[in-house]
Design a protein around this ligand. Structure first.
Ligand SMILES: C[S@@+](CC[C@H](N)C(=O)[O-])C[C@H]1O[C@@H](n2cnc3c(N)ncnc32)[C@H](O)[C@@H]1O
Length: 363
């Protein structure tokens, strides 16, 4: 049975369109055929998209410097560790800074990716792999640092469309052997929609219902520590900007993006940008302090990423490092679309990564 058959059968069995979040969950995470469960190469130049740690080790090295400041004898817990390269970078640099955590936990939904992560760490950091432990569920208690790079954008979202004063959910139906959007009849009520924003007829956007619950569960399990969320996203005012009339949903395959989640189901990534104001609201509701919000560019610059370039003596390596830094920090590359948010519990340190620019006031 193919993933298309499985999804269409669930629509037929339901006798009703399914929510896009249900569709996205199956397309990305179905046990056997979901995109993140496949054996194909997803990350890096040979895959479908490139994330910051895949661009350069300096991303993880800089993040490690930020971790050192707030580790306080705690451990690290990384969600959705992709190829495992970020874990290797962070551990390597923390080793160099003589600040290694006792444990580096990874929670990864995909069994295939867990194997990839083990292979990466065995290959590039065999001396530290003993500190890495893969968890299949959230720990009961945790003290330390939580890292999630490009994880929230991979959470299944609802898709909604504005019409005559209300938003309606766009469900997914299967008609004439094709998946089609279908507007559901009952208005979609959600307190995260800023109705004061004067939406145009047909305005379409996404709502991530899982991120709030996820933030709450982190707060419950953390005794103290800091969460670093790094993702492409924006404030609420930007997220629901009138010009963003078709939302933020995107699909990726072989480094090209498209807007059709119904093509190549299970073979392409599906993502939606993060509404960081919404994440901050959920965080404050449960008791986190929002300890910083800035662009990836200013986060890495605040942590002194350019020092790696200054300290490199080999001319060839210098050229390579300069190119990598450009890709991570330039506004036209990954510097401004990506943001970093820190949430802290029982900690009052002024975080180094936000010292050059802190945009919390805009959230
Ligand atoms: C876009 S990839 C990012 C991978 C990696 N962090 C990087 O930056 O290269 C999204 C990752 O999040 C994982 N993921 C999605 N939802 C998750 C969840 N609820 N818990 C843990 N991992 C999750 C996926 O399996 C995948 O590894």
């Amino acid at each position: 049975m193919s993933l298309e058959n499985i999804i269409s059968k669930s629509i037929k069995d339901n006798n009703h369109p399914i929510g896009f979040d249900v569709f996205m969950n199956l397309a990305l995470y179905h046990q056997e055929f979901g995109y993140y469960r496949s054996n194909k190469t997803i990350f890096g130049h040979k895959g479908d998209f490139i994330t910051s740690p895949e661009v350069s080790d300096l991303f993880g090295f800089s993040l490690a410097k930020q971790c050192k400041q707030v580790l306080n004898d705690g451990d690290i817990l990384e969600f959705g560790a992709g190829s495992g390269i970020l874990a290797a970078q962070v551990l390597f640099e923390l080793g160099r800074l003589e600040s290694l955590p006792k444990k580096y936990y990874i929670i990864e939904l995909s069994a295939q990716l867990r194997e990839t992560q083990k292979d990466t760490l065995k290959k590039v950091l065999p001396e530290l792999i003993g500190r890495v432990e893969w968890l299949t569920e959230l720990p009961k208690k945790f003290k330390g640092i939580v890292i999630a790079n490009e994880v929230l954008d991979a959470f299944p979202v609802k898709r909604i469309r504005y019409s005559s004063g209300n938003f309606y959910e766009l469900g997914v139906n299967f008609i004439d052997e094709k998946f089609k959007w279908e507007r559901l009849k009952v208005p979609f009520a959600n307190s995260n929609i800023p109705f004061s924003m004067n939406f145009q007829e047909g305005y379409t956007t996404e709502i991530n219902l899982q991120s709030g619950a996820w933030v709450h569960s982190l707060f419950d399990l953390m005794t103290e520590g800091t969460v670093f969320l790094i993702d492409y996203g924006m404030t609420e005012a930007e997220y629901f900007h009138p010009q963003r009339s078709q939302g933020t949903l995107k699909c990726f395959s072989k480094h090209k993006s498209n807007n059709d989640p119904f093509s190549d189901i299970g073979s392409q990534d599906i993502t939606a940008s993060v509404n960081f104001s919404n994440v901050a609201r959920s965080a404050k509701e449960c008791g986190f302090e929002v300890a910083g919000y800035t662009t990836q560019s200013m986060f890495l610059i605040s942590l002194g990423i350019e020092n790696y370039l200054k300290n490199e003596e080999n001319e060839e390596k210098k050229v390579k490092i300069a190119q990598e830094i450009k890709q991570l920090v330039l506004p036209g590359a990954m510097g401004e679309v990506f943001k970093v948010m820190a949430l802290s519990k029982k900690q009052s340190v002024k975080l180094d990564g936000f010292k050059e620019l802190d945009l919390r006031g805009r959230l």
